[in-house]
Ligand binder design. Sequence first.
Ligand SMILES: Nc1nc2c(c(=O)[nH]1)N[C@H]1C(S)=C(S)[C@@H](COP(=O)(O)OP(=O)(O)OC[C@H]3O[C@@H](n4cnc5c(N)ncnc54)[C@H](O)[C@@H]3O)O[C@H]1N2
Ligand code: MOO
Length: 408
Amino acid sequence: MSGMRTVEEQLAVVLAAVRTRPAVTRTLDEAVGFTLTEPARAQNPVPVFDNSAMDGFAVRFADVATASSERPAVLRVVADVPAGSAEDPPLARGTAARIMTGAPVPAAADTVVPFEDTVGGLADSLGDIRVVRAPAAEGAHVRRAGADAAVGAVVLEPGTLLGARQLAALASVGIARVAVAPRPRVAIVSTGAELVPPGEPLARGQIPESNGLLLAGLVAEVGAEVVFREVVGDDGAGPAEAVARATALGLDAVIFSGGVSAGAYEPVRQGLSDAMEFVKVAMQPGKPQGFGATDAGMLLFGLPGNPVSVAVSFEVLVRPALLRLQGRRDIHRPRRRLAAGTGWRTPPGRRQYLPAVIDAEGRVHPATRGGSGSHLAVGLGAATAYAIVAAETEQVEIGDLIDVLELS
Ligand SMILES: Nc1nc2c(c(=O)[nH]1)N[C@H]1C(S)=C(S)[C@@H](COP(=O)(O)OP(=O)(O)OC[C@H]3O[C@@H](n4cnc5c(N)ncnc54)[C@H](O)[C@@H]3O)O[C@H]1N2
Ligand code: MOO
């Protein structure tokens, strides 16, 4: 259809307006969910020192190289080295040190023999020991200093999301504080005279307000912070007042839902026509879109009000922007190609983003029986993925390969 932008064109407009903020410093305890802004370099090697991978004996390989159950190697244990020990006992030929997992291997030893490869094991481990199996090679069961990371090695790149595994990796290399992107600060404004809080009695024409909750959750999922959230009617200056308030607070973005299409009461479109551009994007749902940025660089998103349109528009246009604001390396979810397990019709001329589920065999199905209507908010609750169908396709057949974004 002419006059419509592609999703890529609209996303390019959005991303071009994104301005990142200066980094802040956080201790590791405070950094979960933040995005690293500088390369993290190892302050200590990992492992920190040559250490034992097994409970057993630190030995000289030459002393045990031919040990067998028929001809055990007999060694005298002259030291005991638990984890945390600072000792480096000398070992003459024919001697061994009892050693525990994680303890530093004495400089004079080169190999560890586990208790299981001696006659007496732990029970008889402080006198003479008999080694009944030769180690596979010199260095067996010794974990070498720096094998995982040398001092100065980049262990995480800028743009990495810091989760549990990443923070543990940083701690292991001796890092205590990191430079991270500040959380984007966001306002959420739902528009519509028909909206009442969930659970309230509904007069004719009224519906429960759900987009605010939806957007608040989606914003939190990408590491941003909701500073204020409100509902405004259809006929007032609510949207412009929200922008003024957000500007005064120095926020990074305002996300409106509703009031952007072609009706008589479209408060976002009518109230913010100077600050935002209103366009049609070749996607379903989510065709009418408003977007702009203030002089201070605050992003203004005008998402179409239907609940599925809000969810999909956030996924396609807002999520990448909020991730880019944090300098995140991966701003798009990975896509998989899965076979359709059900057929469905799709609108011509617009790329479809259909809330979907994936069955145990890895086939994709619409999340709702009712089709792809952007008002089907309940199907959204069942969805674990979006199926993406090309604009040219009008009918998905069972077995067709479909691009799928899995939602986590
Ligand atoms: N003449 C035309 N009419 C419409 C067009 C068009 O091109 N020409 N586009 C349609 C499409 S597509 C969409 S999508 C919607 C978008 O409309 P608005 O952004 O103006 O949204 P509203 O009209 O305010 O609301 C749409 C729908 O969603 C419900 N809604 C709104 N906010 C909430 C909320 N916070 N929580 C729950 N539900 C909400 C609202 O009650 C409406 O049912 O326009 C079409 N029309
Ligand atoms: O674009 Mo609307 O979001 O199709 O329903």
